[in-house]
Ligand binder design. Structure first.
Ligand SMILES: Nc1ncnc2c1ncn2[C@@H]1O[C@H](COP(=O)(O)OP(=O)(O)OP(=O)(O)O)[C@@H](O)[C@H]1O
Length: 297
């Protein structure tokens, strides 16, 4: 049984819950009986091979796709910042990065991350007046992340956020996500193929191959036979992040007065992003079981 995520020893608020999601495309089953929950301040990473159903599951959780069966519940008025895997923009559309970001901007509130800070943190100021079609793949990832943050999210949903980013940039993005999660208590759900970096910056790993093969703390998942079958054993030199809890307080997930930021991350102009690239909660009651939106078909 998973322990409840805590912020200052109080159970963290559930942001989203999916129960028994199944999905078929033209009669072919691509998701089977998926259940999960995401809480405030929690990072869940979805891993799985190509075609495992990761993007399909995200679309269902976001409400962009109706599942063939199952229910998705979202907290009332939940603001979700979504970073898609890729985005198609017409080459002839006259659109600067600034305009692209402003289209996503919503009214700031006292708990939200300031837009100027997002631009500064992600080192985007120098890109603002460029046509969006002219920026590099790695720059685009930073712009897409900034766009997701401009929506003042309570939940960030990131589909392969480091795709196309160089190794240093990948590490910077994951560290940055970790910092802002600690500071603003977002929930984060992300898809990644990058196992050992992800392991360091996630609370729960959910390993998907149409169904949930294994899930839980990164250390447990990395030793699970199902995980090893899918991804192979982790090399001895790869350190898996250990996240220590006790029943009273979480060392890493903190509310006011308990913020532990790592050293500030800077996305150095010299780092030229180039071409590179949970748990199953069915047994874990977070109080979200009252489903308000049934998508049963
Ligand atoms: N709109 C669609 N119509 C029919 N089949 C689809 C559709 N979208 C996805 N699929 C199929 O569903 C399966 C899961 O696709 P999905 O994109 O969710 O996988 P994924 O885990 O995100 O893969 P990847 O790691 O390659 O991005 C694949 O077999 C894919 O071909």
């Amino acid at each position: 049984m998973q322990s409840e995520p805590t912020i200052n020893s109080s159970p963290a608020k559930c942001l989203l819950s999916a129960q028994h999601i199944t999905h078929n495309f033209a009669g072919q089953e691509v998701l089977q009986e998926i259940s999960l929950q995401i809480h405030q301040g929690e990072v869940i990473t979805l891993i799985g091979p190509n075609g495992a159903g990761k993007s399909t599951l995200l679309k269902i959780l976001l409400g962009l796709l109706k599942p063939s069966n199952g229910k998705v519940w979202r907290d009332k008025n939940l603001r979700i910042g979504f970073m898609p895997q890729k985005i198609q923009i017409d080459q002839t559309l006259p659109m600067t990065v600034r305009r692209f970001l402003d289209l996503a901007a919503t009214q700031a509130n006292k708990d939200s991350i300031p837009r100027e800070q997002v631009l500064d943190d992600l080192n985007i100021e120098g890109l603002l007046d460029k046509p969006i079609q002219k920026i590099s793949g790695g720059e685009m990832q930073r712009v897409l992340l900034a766009r997701a943050l401009y929506t003042q999210p309570q939940l960030l949903v990131l589909d392969e956020p480091v795709q196309g980013v160089d190794i240093q940039g990948q590490s910077e993005i994951y560290q940055y996500l970790n910092q802002i999660r600690n500071r603003y208590q977002f929930g984060i759900l992300m898809v990644s193929h990058d196992l050992h970096i992800v392991m360091k910056h996630t609370d729960q790993v959910l390993c998907l191959n149409k169904h949930i093969c294994c899930s839980g703390h990164p250390l447990e998942v990395s030793q699970s036979p199902d995980f090893i079958t899918l991804f192979g054993a982790q090399e001895p030199g790869i350190a898996v992040y250990e996240h220590h809890h006790n029943s009273q307080q979480c060392e890493h997930s903190h509310g006011e007065g308990h913020i532990h930021l790592d050293s500030p991350i800077s996305f150095a102009p010299s780092s030229k992003p180039d071409k590179i690239l949970g748990h199953s909660c069915s047994d874990h009651n977070c109080g979200c079981s009252d489903s308000t939106s049934s998508n049963k078909s």
